[in-house]
Design a binder for this molecule. Structure first.
Ligand code: ATP
Length: 436
């Protein structure tokens, strides 16, 4: 299974999905950059989430709050106390540091050396604001996006004239000084969250908790993640975060085990009551503190789950080429709304100027409507395979008949069926295919 992770990491780099960060300087502590196709796919994930929250669901509004905020917020939220710390141990010999609960034995996994007793290590990322680097100028990069929502509670209710129950949804970067970032982009120190806070009456909190659990699971399923690779895990009382009354995780079966990709939390009135107490501004709705049901997903963890789930190897190859293909062909069966490139336009031969000209005209025609790629290098079979490997949905081939009849073939990634269509109908046909 580890082997699969190596293949994913290698494909991600080779085909422009994910690059190691600061690579030419030797990398930078489990940090990654999303390449051209990765950036596109990540935006598709975020757009799918926004469509779900802000269009398909009722009564949810958006927000884009700042990453750097008044440090008092983190005092009030409980993030500066022991509750937001992990147990850290250090090797007495090589001085590597580890998160204690990740260790399988009580010896250093790097050198076998003896470990120190554990101590609490707070995960907030410190930074300084302004020209003085003293205590007074110190603040933190946000560790979760939701605090920006809580402290804007009044602004949002008043400006949008909202009635309970309602939700506020936000996507943005969060930072945690993880002791042991690992498993590619699964656990990093800088990551992106997609969080929705649902404000409701305390008496309906349990009901909404169940509702949002189901809705969030459905979202992953509707985006094509295999049912067998998803499950819920109810978080045990003693494991609950400091703010949570109840929590359930949505877990994905990664090659390195079942792991959380999203949490659904009943945060009770912890956040609004604490911010009221600490700020002096009463954040009540009609005389009481609403309860909050939170859905908190990671765009990066989701990305990794979608990528792994879509990865397929076809032995012996599935595309006809003139080259002998005995080896394995890779394809990414990404959901149509997540695939980074929707359409590839391929002239049959690159040394025939009339084919190239026609193909480029098709590219110009489609470019305003879809994310397209024009590709003329290599045999047609090789180009199909290259597009399959990055999940491109449709390959359009311009051949000699196209010049006569003003048509081309559309090849469908999944069925590999080829269909001949008129170029003047192409935009409508592709739109219909992408919508259904
Ligand atoms: P874990 O137990 O794995 O550290 P958590 O329970 O602390 O995660 P939450 O605080 O519930 O995570 O955060 C909500 C979501 O944010 C997670 O489900 C995950 O998708 C994402 N997330 C949290 N920490 C990280 C991280 N270090 N790297 C990438 N994504 C993260």
């Amino acid at each position: 299974m580890e082997d699969l992770m190596q293949k994913i990491v290698s494909l991600a780099k080779r085909r422009g999905f994910i690059f190691p960060n600061s690579e030419i300087y030797g990398g930078f502590g489990s940090s990654y950059d999303f390449g051209p196709l990765g950036a596109e796919m990540k935006n598709n994930i975020k757009n799918a989430w926004r469509r779900e929250m802000l269009q398909s669901q009722d009564n949810i509004v958006g927000l884009d709050s700042a990453i750097i905020m008044n440090p008092k917020i983190w005092q009030a939220s409980g993030h500066l106390s022991a509750g937001f710390s992990d147990e850290l141990v250090e090797c007495k010999k090589c001085h590597h540091r580890f998160r204690k609960d990740f260790l399988e034995r009580d010896k250093c996994p790097e050198c076998g050396g003896e470990l120190t007793d554990s101590k609490k290590f707070n995960l907030m990322m410190k930074t300084f604001v302004g020209s003085l680097e003293d205590e007074a100028a110190m603040t933190f990069l946000r560790a979760e996006t939701c605090q920006g929502i809580y402290v804007n509670f009044d602004n949002i209710v008043n400006s949008m004239r909202l009635k309970l129950p309602f939700g506020v949804a936000q996507i943005g970067k969060s930072f945690r000084n993880e002791i042991t970032p690992k498993d590619f982009i699964y656990r990093t120190r800088e990551f992106e969250q997609m969080e929705m806070q649902w404000f409701c009456e305390p008496k309906s909190a349990d009901e909404y908790f169940e509702y949002w659990k189901e809705q969030r699971m459905k979202w992953y399923l509707n985006l094509g993640v295999k049912k067998d690779n998803l499950r819920f895990r109810e978080v045990a009382k003693e494991e609950l975060a400091h703010y949570a009354k109840r929590a359930a995780d949505i877990e994905y079966k990664f090659p390195f085990g079942w792991k959380e990709i999203e949490g659904i939390h009943n945060r009770g009135d912890w956040d609004l009551s604490n911010h009221s107490k600490c700020s002096g501004k009463e954040l009540k709705y009609e005389g009481y503190y609403p309860y909050i049901i939170e859905t908190s997903g990671g765009a990066d963890r989701g990305f990794l789950a979608f990528l792994i789930d879509a990865y397929e190897e076809v032995k012996g190859g599935r595309t006809e080429t003139t080259e002998a293909v005995k080896e394995v062909e890779v394809m990414l069966k990404l959901h149509r709304s997540l695939a980074p490139v929707k359409v590839a336009i391929l002239p049959l031969l690159k040394n025939k100027p009339e084919l190239v000209k026609k193909a480029k005209e098709v590219y110009e025609l489609l470019k305003p409507h879809f994310i397209c790629q024009y590709d003329e290098a290599g045999s047609i079979g090789r180009r199909y395979r290259r597009q399959d490997e990055t999940g491109t949905l449709f390959c359009l081939t311009v051949d000699f008949d196209s010049l006569e009849n003003n048509d081309l073939t559309i090849r469908d990634r999944d069925s590999m069926k080829q269909e001949r269509v008129k170029i003047e109908n192409l935009v409508d046909i592709l739109k219909e295919k992408l919508e259904n």
